[in-house]
Design a protein around this ligand. Sequence first.
Ligand code: FES
Length: 117
Amino acid sequence: MKRTWDPLPSVTAAGFLTLDMTKYTKYNHLYIKKWRGQPIFIIRKSAKMIESMNNSYNKYKKQDNKRDIIVADSHFLMYIGICAHLGCIPVYRSQDDNFLCPCHGAIYKKEPNGCFS
Ligand code: FES
């Protein structure tokens, strides 16, 4: 029986990315993997980062941790690291807690609500 939540054959054919999340031990550090020719950004969140997301607001809505990838008790942010403007690869600036796309100067917050593609 076909279930509606099964991936499309084209998605299955393109493959999945399997990651060993125990390798990503540093908090607030950008790890980069490649999937289907695109950079995948992975950031492990510290307890402080999780707590600050629960207590912060942007002008549209409360930030939260709903889009975190949770493995055991670790929270991860994962993105396709492509700028939504013209497709460049942004640089992570952990000290400023954001990403900078160098070609046209776009700045993206780390929270997934306002991020790239
Ligand atoms: S491609 Fe990123 S700001 Fe233009």
